[in-house]
Design a protein around this ligand. Structure first.
Ligand SMILES: Cc1ncc(COP(=O)(O)O)c(C=O)c1O
Length: 459
């Protein structure tokens, strides 16, 4: 079979060219080379596909990391500072966490290959218990990844009802909604972060059950929605609010007079940070970012947990997380209790330095939250290649935000700051941002404000 699904020349005559078998219903022709389906896909993702082939910061092979130097990575013969890692708390490089792993492996081996429905190591129960208490939720259910959760749980929650999907929901939420649509759900999209538009849709769209799906801390802008407005609408319109807080969990948490920084305490996520309740809500997040472990979870009512244990394929069929990941989760929860707030303080302090530098240079970023995801859009999306190359040559490794990962007017790069980045690494980043600002066309805060004023005065 050829890569595009067409039968290869060695495979005998092409079935789509054969005459129909008498008495058999004529089946749809198979996908053929001439259909141009692959070309159409490539045209949609052309910018990204081209960058993937040509750019050193996409699809890169990392040869080595050097924890002794902060967050340094080596690609071939070049050392770079990593500002693309989601290990916000620096737990991937934490000695206490690393040294905790061998004892778990001695006891459990590397990987228990039962399906979860058959049986799970008691480590799962221990993590769920601690996590439920950390979040202050009714219950939690651990599954391998957030992507698995969206693909399997959104269709269960939506049934043949209606999904109200935020216009900028993460692609994995979107894909979960598309699977649900394949199972009979209807999907409506509301303008990003716009409760008024959501309310309009909730008033007119029929179909139960109803699910509102959106991000917590957004993976590109770094901002979080005001959950209170969405939670209120969900309760008023008998809908379930489904929130993916992949980037908020571990970083932000409940507020208190003894907090070390505005991220709050304990890293128990956006719901606790905004003093919301889990009433009418399913909260989804994972350990694969702040806790550097392959594991994810839902905070949910116990009744729903019991349903998902027999309805969600990742519980029924997927392999469990490796023991090393369960071990680093447990060790990470210990470290979070004893010194997590100090790590969050470091992330906040270093992020603030970068945001202040952008402000000083008048460079626009959508980040208004102060959280450690800082997108820097370019004035011309075609410049992404040269700007990326400049950053690479200066030893700064970031996430390339190419179209269609972001809208064309947001194409640029994303900086992520972690507790493990050294102050010297932040110094380098701040210096290189100044150079980028001199050499390339970025979006500037004052230009945007002038444009907005002009638009407003035109009515
Ligand atoms: C908002 C959001 N949701 C889900 C995911 C996917 O998470 P996982 O690796 O657990 O599937 C990501 C990954 O970047 C993300 O940013």
């Amino acid at each position: 079979m050829a890569a595009d699904g067409a039968p290869s020349s060695e495979g005998g005559p092409r079935r789509d060219l054969l005459p129909p078998v008498p008495g058999r219903r004529k089946s749809k022709p198979l996908r053929r080379r001439e259909d141009g389906w692959l070309e159409r896909w490539m045209a949609t993702i052309a910018d990204l596909a081209w960058l993937k082939e040509s750019h050193p910061m996409l699809d890169a092979v990392i040869d080595e990391v050097d924890p002794a130097r902060g967050r340094h990575i080596r690609i071939k013969d070049r050392w770079l500072v990593d500002f693309a890692s989601c290990n916000y708390l620096g737990f991937d490089l934490d000695r206490e966490i690393i040294e905790a792993v061998p004892a778990f492996l001695e006891r459990w081996g590397t990987h228990p290959s039962w399906s979860r429905l058959l049986g799970s190591p008691i480590l799962y129960e221990q993590i769920e218990e601690r996590l439920t208490s950390l979040l202050g939720a009714e219950d939690t259910l651990l599954l391998p990844t957030i992507t698995h959760i969206h693909m399997s749980v959104i269709p269960v929650l939506a049934g043949s009802g209606t999904i109200f999907l935020d216009g900028r929901a993460h692609k994995t939420i979107y894909d979960g909604a598309m699977i649900a649509r394949g199972h009979g759900a209807t999907v409506h999209r509301f303008r990003h972060n716009d409760p008024e538009h959501l309310e309009e849709l909730l008033r007119v769209a029929n179909g139960a059950p109803r699910l509102i799906a959106m991000d917590g801390v957004n993976s590109m802008t770094g901002n979080a929605p005001e959950l209170a407005a969405f939670a209120r609408l969900a309760r008023e319109h008998d809908a379930l609010l489904y929130v993916d807080d992949a980037h908020g969990f571990g970083v932000i948490g409940e507020r208190g007079p003894d907090e070390l920084c505005p991220y709050g305490k304990l890293g128990n996520g956006v719901v606790r940070h905004q003093d919301e309740t889990y009433d009418g809500m399913v909260y989804v997040a994972g350990f694969s970012k702040s806790y550097s472990s392959l594991l994810s979870f839902l905070a949910l009512p116990t009744r729903l947990k019991d349903v998902l244990k027999v309805a969600a394929p990742p519980y029924l069929y997927s392999g469990p997380s490796p023991i090393a990941s369960l071990a680093t989760t447990i060790a990470g929860l210990n470290v979070n209790e004893t010194r997590g707030d100090r790590h969050r303080f470091e992330v906040w302090r270093k992020t603030t330095r970068v945001l202040e530098r952008l402000r000083e240079l008048d460079i626009y970023t959508p980040n208004r939250s102060g959280y450690p995801l800082i997108e820097v859009p370019l004035a011309n999306h075609e410049d992404i290649d040269v700007v990326g190359r400049y950053l690479f040559d200066r030893g700064v490794y970031v996430t390339m935000a190419a179209y269609p990962l972001v809208p064309k007017n947001e194409v640029g790069f994303r900086i992520q700051v972690t507790a493990a980045n050294g102050d010297d690494e932040i110094d380098l980043l701040c210096e290189v941002l100044g150079e980028i600002n001199e050499r390339f066309a970025l979006q500037h805060q004052h230009h945007r404000e002038l444009l907005r004023e002009a638009r407003n005065s035109r009515g």
